[in-house]
Design a protein around this ligand. Structure first.
Ligand code: GLY
Ligand code: MN
Ligand code: MN
Length: 431
């Protein structure tokens, strides 16, 4: 295994949190992801579904988790189904988890082969009052491809139409957004690898370098440190490209005088990190670039302090908008009088800062969480203000990952340079 997994005790704790939210007589089912095809006989690398991973730590295809706290037989209260191996699978794909290994990883005593899932469900359902099914309720999900979980849910509902179905997603969003101790440590592991990659980039960048060469440096640093790669498609955007928010072609040449906006983060053990840094190709910012950079940094520092338990994210985002307005007026990009008269529904700052400031971070880079409830300690957010000025071929974003504690915040990126002088000094040293 490339990474050190979380302990079985942590997965037990995650399941206990889920069980606590279940109604009496509930039976919950969670499925893993499919291995997605490409074309011919090709397939994508396997990516485990975040919810079953969160509850079991099992990073293998065709896994099913069944939670049934009120089952008559204690052995049926938690059942994990894993794919049975065979001599042919062992030769072509390598080792799969044994039942004993699956117990060791997840802390679940009853481990059966996936082939016995249908019959086990049929045996247990007469004892159940309702069925908890999981679904992707991420606010921005928009995938047209049916997941294995959605397919299996349909099959179950068709076969057992008379059971009351309940949604697991709201509970998953709640428990996944409040990180346990080991999860925070795992995110920090991901962050630490991302930090190494950034240090390497600072030494590497010079005029004439291709954006994809920078991407290659980052990818190499991730893989050699036990990460399976990027937590999301990296953005390496020099000059004007930084104003294209989802620029991922990364095929331009970095020119002296331009700033490169880089948004990248490694995954480690399934957990994401999410960094943005903006650095000068030549190693030195111009006066204007420095001013814009410091405006973004001022917003980032002030915004971070607003992330406290009890705060609603909608109120937080409004306050960050006011901070940004002030900076944009200072840069001469917005007019103070026009801002005073603006339509509050269409604030003028959105011309230069058109995305949100923060999102939940965890197993998914845009992690699940309850946006309509107040922040609680243990949540991890990004703080990522930006200013994009296409007419100046300049886009700057600075993004850190922040843990909210009882009395404040811990910056998981505190060791990753972000002050102008620090960045310039490190780039000079690399030359
Ligand atoms: N890297 C994606 C984001 O910053 O939200
Ligand atoms: Mn990012
Ligand atoms: Mn982000």
């Amino acid at each position: 295994m490339r990474y050190t997994p979380l302990s079985a005790a942590t997965y037990r704790e995650h399941r206990a949190r889920f069980r606590k939210a279940m109604e009496k007589g509930g039976l919950a089912v969670f499925h893993s992801n499919d291995i997605m095809p490409t074309s011919a006989d090709g397939s994508m690398p396997f990516h485990q579904a975040a919810d079953i991973f969160h509850l079991s730590g099992i990073d293998q295809e065709e896994t099913v988790l069944l939670l049934f706290p009120d089952a008559f037989d204690p052995k049926d209260r938690e059942i994990l189904f894993v794919r049975e191996t065979s001599p042919s699978i062992a030769i072509w794909e390598g080792a799969k988890l044994t039942q004993k290994q699956a117990t060791g990883q997840s802390g679940i005593a009853t481990v059966l082969w996936t082939s016995s899932y249908d019959a086990t469900l049929q045996r247990l359902l007469p004892q159940a009052k309702n069925i908890y099914l999981n679904s992707n309720e991420h606010l921005r999900q928009g995938n047209e491809v049916e997941t294995r979980e959605e397919r299996k849910n349909k099959e179950l509902c068709a076969k057992y139409p008379l059971y009351e179905v309940k949604r697991s997603a709201p509970t998953m969003h709640r428990i996944r957004s409040r990180k346990t101790k080991e999860e925070i440590a795992q995110i920090q592991n991901a962050v630490n690898i991302t930090a190494k990659a950034f240090q390497r980039v600072l030494r590497f960048v010079k005029p004439g370098v291709k954006e994809y060469e920078i991407e290659a440096e980052i990818t190499h640093e991730f893989l050699r440190n036990g990460s399976r790669g990027h937590a999301y498609t990296p953005i390496i955007a020099s000059g004007y490209n930084a104003c294209v928010l989802h620029y991922i072609t990364n095929d331009d040449t970095c020119k002296s005088g331009d700033v490169i906006l880089m948004d990248f983060g490694c995954e480690y053990g399934g957990y994401a990190s999410d960094l943005s840094r903006s650095i000068p190709v030549s190693g030195k910012f111009t006066k204007r670039q420095r001013d814009v950079y410091n405006a973004v940094l001022n917003v980032q520092k002030a915004a971070t302090k607003l992330l406290l338990p009890g705060v609603y994210l909608a109120d937080y985002h409004k306050k960050v908008g006011v901070l940004m307005e002030k900076e944009l007026i200072g840069l001469g990009l917005l007019d103070k009088k026009a801002v005073a008269k603006q339509d509050p529904e269409k604030p003028l700052y959105k011309k230069y800062f058109m995305h949100g400031t923060s999102h939940f971070l965890g197993l998914d880079v845009h992690d699940v969480g309850l946006w309509h409830e107040p922040i609680v300690e243990g949540m991890v957010f990004t703080v990522e203000p930006g200013i994009y000025i296409p007419e100046e071929n300049l886009g700057i974003r600075i993004e850190n990952n922040i843990l909210v504690t009882k009395n404040g915040q811990v910056d998981l990126f505190k060791n990753i340079p972000r002050e102008v002088d620090e960045i310039e000094a490190l780039m000079k040293k690399g030359k």
